[in-house]
Write a protein that binds this ligand. Structure first.
Ligand code: AMP
Length: 433
């Protein structure tokens, strides 16, 4: 039997993880490791550097957290011994929550460090000598420079959503943080895309990395996605129509700007929907309240901007609606990946005006398949947006039967120079996951 077949038949038991972690995994209800976990956990346990090309929703948090926790349990010492950097407070909180759940039956301590809230509690928590620090680069660097945080004992560094850290201008801070870490350590880097700067960072940071690449060019198999052509001035009426349908239980609506998110949430609320905004002009307390309300289903609709919504992991979202198309084709996959998580099915609808033709072309070209057009009765378009190419979709997209949501191909270890686009053209070996 191959190693992965053994693990498949024994679930998480086959990895040889600490028993306390296995209890945590059971308590979370995880039965079978996800593809990225199959691949990353053994390499992580061996102490290898890992480059994971995967987006949020694939199970990557447990993929890096489990080997990290196992190592901390092997030999107890004062911390901080593991540093996890994430681009947003929301993602940092989610990572912390998952680490807390996985290590529930251990006495490992954690602290979460991000800006927008008082430093006081973070400093107090650091005094307790937590083994694990999860944080955003800005505040981590602040505390480091104030000598409140010491990173000279770090054994494992995780950079999560590295491409977003770059988008948000965090690379200079990250480089300063790296300079404060001991030379000998394990590095795990996760990114959904590999822009040039991240490739460079990976090359500088990683030594002979084990590379795991989950194919993330085409939208995940459980998402039914479509474009709806609509003039700008009819978007709101169409949105209300879609939100009022019986099958629309919970939705994230994406807008281009913070101002549009705020205004649209207000308008929806006035129209009788339970809607709340999540945008960058809100204070941390307001954002937390919005997210909590959405998670607890006090709101059915979250109207969000891209940055604010980064890393949101709420299960059971039935619809993602792109009220405005995202800035980049890459952001499309990130947005629509908020639905169809796990085994759930989800729908992702993008409102497209006749000014969005360039975006449609670029996005279809990136994902390598036309996005189906859909018409809604009473909202028939009076214009057309043609697909640049109408070649048959690659792989086995939804609706053609078979195919799980994770289709992955692994590259040779050590070759970190790859980009989403080049991967899109020269497809590598693929197996269904
Ligand atoms: P992530 O990509 O880490 O944000 O994970 C997405 C979601 O999948 C989270 O809610 C995890 O708790 C969940 N998850 C991760 N691994 C598993 C697993 N093996 N089985 C079931 N759920 C999982």
């Amino acid at each position: 039997m191959t190693a992965s077949a053994t693990i498949a038949s024994t679930g998480f038991d086959g990895f040889g993880l600490d028993k306390a972690l296995i209890r945590g995994i059971r308590a979370l209800g995880f039965e079978t490791p996800r593809t990225i976990q199959f691949e990353t956990i053994p390499a992580g346990l061996e102490g290898r550097d890992v480059l994971g090309l995967a987006q949020t929703g694939t199970g990557k948090t447990a993929a890096f957290a489990l080997p990290l926790l196992d190592r901390l349990l092997e030999e107890r010492r004062k911390g901080p011994r593991a540093l996890v950097l994430a681009p947003t407070r929301e993602l940092a909180s989610q990572i912390e929550a998952e680490i807390a759940a996985l290590s529930k039956f251990t006495s490992l301590k954690r602290v979460t460090i991000y800006g927008g809230v008082s430093m006081h509690n973070q400093i107090r928590a650091l005094r307790q000598g937590p083994e694990i620090v999860v944080g955003c680069p800005g505040r981590v660097l602040d505390l480091l420079q104030q000598r409140r945080l010491h990173l000279d004992q770090i054994e494992t560094l995780v950079l999560d959503e590295a491409d977003h850290m770059f988008d948000m201008g965090f690379l200079p801070d990250i480089r300063k943080i790296l300079a404060a870490l001991p030379e000998r350590r394990q590095n795990l880097l996760f990114s959904a895309t590999m822009p040039r700067e991240i490739r460079k960072l990976a090359d500088d940071l990683l030594t002979d990395p084990y590379v795991v690449e989950l194919e993330n060019l085409a939208p995940v198999g459980t998402i039914d996605h479509a474009l709806i052509l609509i003039p700008e001035k009819r978007k709101r009426a169409l949105l209300e129509h879609v939100l009022s349908r019986d099958d629309c239980e919970t939705a994230i609506v994406f807008t281009r700007t913070k101002h549009r998110a705020r205004r649209l949430a207000e308008q929806l609320e006035k129209a009788g929907h339970r809607a709340v905004a999540l945008q960058g002009n809100m204070s941390q307390a307001q954002r937390d309240r919005a997210m909590r309300g959405f998670r607890q289903r006090r709101f059915d609709i979250l109207v969000a901007t891209d940055i604010a919504a980064r890393g949101i992991d709420v299960s059971g979202i039935s619809h993602v609606i792109n009220f405005d198309v995202p800035d980049t084709p890459e952001a499309y996959n990130h947005r629509i990946g908020r639905t169809g998580r796990g085994e759930d099915e989800g729908e992702a609808w993008t409102f497209v005006t006749n000014h969005d033709r360039g975006w449609v072309r670029a996005t279809e070209s990136m994902i390598g398949q036309p996005i189906p057009r859909r018409q809604v009765e009473g909202f028939e378009p009076d214009f057309e947006v043609k697909s640049e190419r109408s070649r048959p979709p690659r792989g086995n997209p939804r609706g053609t039967g078979g195919g799980g949501r994770q289709r992955n191909g692994r590259r040779n270890a050590g070759n970190s120079g790859n980009s989403r686009n080049s991967a899109g053209r020269g497809r590598k070996r693929r197996r269904s996951g």
